[in-house]
Design a protein around this ligand. Structure first.
Ligand SMILES: [Zn+2]
Length: 243
């Protein structure tokens, strides 16, 4: 039951797409563990379509509340620089409006921002900038292939030609750029933290480091093996463990 003591909120409901009033069923204040700033979580219900959602409002911020549940399938991680996230948001808006050429141009612009964020000069062509990112080990050959495909698609969007960009192309471009940003900014950072933690935990007595992969396969890697080595180099070390 909505708590009638809490005033309704004006929202643009994501479920029905209408500007609507939302009743507030309950509200709690939580302290952000990492940043130490309090924020409010409110469970609300759209008065138009009755869809529930959970929204977060930072107490100190004037910014609009953010829907935290149901989550968008494409919530970009905070580790991705804000100006790059904004570029992706713009690309999504283009896509949602059916502007598929414009989507690919925005995705290409995000690639430029990504290169600039890694110190690759704006003066170079994007093609050259992406190759330089491989030379600096920011991306690998596979990601270069993705990025170059997105660059070329963006060129189709940006230039007046007969070539078309389909809805599927634009949707794939969004998926690929987001996966790429996650890979570089989120998962690479997570893996570095994981490595550092594991290195710290390793004792001289443990001559071997045993890892369990998600697949249930066990890898036995000599403790002397560096995590910095490319995993593909360790295939000769892979042995299934009994049990
Ligand atoms: Zn609604």
């Amino acid at each position: 039951m909505p708590d009638s003591s809490l005033p309704p909120l004006a929202v643009v409901c994501r479920a029905c797409g209408y500007p609507s009033a939302a009743s507030v069923a309950g509200k709690i204040t939580v302290e952000d563990e990492e940043e130490g700033v309090p924020f409010e979580l409110s469970l609300i219900q759209c008065e138009h379509c009755e869809s529930p959602s959970l929204i977060r409002q930072d107490e100190a911020s004037e910014a609009a509340p953010v829907e935290v549940w149901p989550t968008s399938p494409r919530t970009l991680h905070a580790a991705i620089p804000q100006n790059i996230r904004e570029g992706v948001t713009e690309a999504r808006k283009c896509f949602e409006a059916g502007a598929f050429l414009a989507t690919t141009v925005m995705v290409r612009r995000v690639l430029e921002g990504f290169s600039a964020d890694h110190g690759v000069s704006h003066k170079k062509t994007l093609h050259r900038a992406l190759q330089e990112l491989v030379e600096c080990d920011v991306i690998d050959a596979r990601l270069l292939e993705w990025a170059d495909g997105l660059r070329l698609l963006g060129n189709v969007g940006a230039h007046f030609t007969d070539e078309m960009v389909t809805k599927q192309d634009a949707s794939d471009a969004l998926d690929l750029i987001e996966a790429m940003l996650d890979y570089v900014y989120v998962f690479s950072a997570k893996f570095e933290q994981f490595k550092a933690r594991r290195d710290e935990q390793a004792t001289p007595k443990s001559r071997r480091l045993t890892r369990k992969l998600n697949s249930g396969t066990y890898l036995v890697v000599p403790a002397s093996a560096s995590w910095n080595r490319d995993l593909s180099c360790q295939t000769s070390d892979v042995r299934p463990m009994p049990g």
